[in-house]
Design a protein around this ligand. Structure first.
Ligand code: AMP
Length: 423
């Protein structure tokens, strides 16, 4: 088959190369260490889930369900499959399926992986993006709402980042929300002619989403809308107060955002988002989801969690010039001088790697000169050169690339010699 133009990655999806690829892995590495330190264990769920996992939990009238789902062509017994748009609902499914209620509670899990949303690609908004997520399931205790925020806060601070803030709100329990929705609708009724088309639909189907509207014109109207915290029951009010007290105890910077509701219906009580001063979009967010497991057919088991978007986090790391090195620059190069010595050179190369010496080759080049040019280009300290004579005498030539001095070293001493010179 011939391509008319060079083949392209799907729209809104990207290859990750060189420094970006290294930063991505560096972040992943730090996330592993940090999540385990803060008491979370790793969970991996499939990238593909049944559609119902999300339709039953995120809410029918949310952007993700209405327009952003990535459907897969193959069906199993009439059940539709999708590429997961987010992690939490799938973790709740896994909690139920694997009987995690019988594990010591609460269960603390972390995940890292790609999410898919069929959005219009733009800066910071892709069709495939990665998330680092945390979930604590099996407790209502507000100290765990604080713990999710604490774990993210301490991660960001590890890299001396400080220009960020947690915006936080409580959207109460279902009763509170139903009560509030009535007042919200009453308020918006006066403006029905003025609000955007999306909001007109939200008004009918999902009034809480009116507060998610990003349309400039609607912002003035939103400013004076009633706020949900004024409608919280005693229990939810107390829960929110305690969450904030825990954050204050740990001196975590937050600000109340009385109109923050977040995009999915499964949230209850605490909701939060993380904003950096230099960006208008959140790098992360989350909240409590005391009804989610019930929505999926289980008992009412409470939970709380959150996720950070890796691409947006990488942007922040780049702005602040934070580098995470996972790639160790090689300091030794190995070259063969004659075709006959190539096999022996390959043997020595393998021996050095087995002994943890970071050695690099370019066996594809067939002249010694071009191999050594490559060694100069990548800036190694030493080159090992192997010719016919060295092969016969079980030795190598060790060339110092700075002063160009060459010496012959018996192969038996090479590993020790390099280790002491590279210390
Ligand atoms: P959400 O649960 O939708 O708020 O997503 C959690 C985090 O994932 C967001 O704060 C973003 O950092 C990131 N995120 C969500 N959607 C996208 C997207 N389409 N492209 C890139 N990052 C995203």
């Amino acid at each position: 088959m011939k391509f008319k133009i060079a083949p392209q990655a799907p729209r809104g999806m990207h290859d990750l190369l060189k420094d970006d690829a290294e930063l991505f892995l560096g972040i992943f590495n730090e996330i592993l260490k940090h999540s385990y330190l803060y008491g979370f264990e790793y969970i991996r769920t499939p990238i593909v889930e049944k559609e119902e996992i999300f339709t039953a939990s995120l809410g029918a009238f949310t952007d993700v369900i209405e327009k952003e789902m990535f459907y897969i062509d193959k069906k199993e017994k009439g059940e539709k499959y999708v590429l997961r748009p987010e992690g939490t609902a799938a973790i709740a499914r896994a909690y139920l399926q694997n009987g995690m209620h019988s594990w010591p509670q609460p269960v603390k899990l972390f995940y890292f992986g790609p999410m898919f949303r069929y959005e219009r690609p733009q800066a910071g908004r892709y069709r495939e993006h990665y998330q680092w997520g945390l979930e604590i399931i099996g407790t209502e205790d507000p100290i765990y709402d604080a713990k999710i925020i604490q774990t993210f806060d301490r991660f960001l601070r590890k890299f001396k980042l400080k220009d960020f803030i947690f915006r936080i709100n409580s959207i109460g329990c279902l009763n509170d929300r139903n009560k509030y929705k009535k007042y919200l609708k009453k308020y918006y009724k006066k403006y029905l002619k003025n609000i955007c088309e999306d909001c007109k639909r939200r008004y009918v189907n999902n009034p809480l989403r009116l507060l998610d509207c990003k349309n400039e014109k609607d912002q003035e109207i939103k400013k004076s809308a009633p706020v949900i915290v004024d409608y919280l029951c005693k229990q939810c009010e107390e829960h929110f107060k305690k969450t904030l007290e825990y954050l204050e105890e740990l001196e975590i910077q937050y600000e109340l955002d009385p109109h923050l509701v977040r995009g999915f219906d499964y949230y209850s009580k605490t909701v939060f988002e993380i904003y950096f001063v230099e960006k208008t979009t959140a790098i992360g967010g989350g909240g409590r989801y005391d009804y989610l497991i019930k929505f999926l057919g289980g008992k009412q088991i409470p939970g709380v969690g959150g996720a950070i978007g890796i691409e947006r986090l990488m942007d922040i790391f780049k702005i602040h010039q934070i580098k995470l090195n996972v790639y160790k620059k090689p300091l030794v190069f190995i070259a063969y001088a004659t075709e006959k010595a190539k096999k022996y050179a390959y043997y020595v190369y393998d021996l050095l790697l087995k002994n943890n010496i970071n050695v690099v080759e370019n066996f594809a080049k067939n002249s010694l000169t071009s191999q050594l040019e490559y060694a100069d280009k990548i800036g190694v300290k030493y080159s090992i050169i192997i010719g016919h004579y060295e092969m016969g005498s079980k030795s190598v030539i060790l060339k110092n690339m700075l002063d160009k001095i060459q010496e012959t070293i018996p192969l038996a001493n090479l590993v020790e010699e390099l280790k002491s010179r590279l210390k």
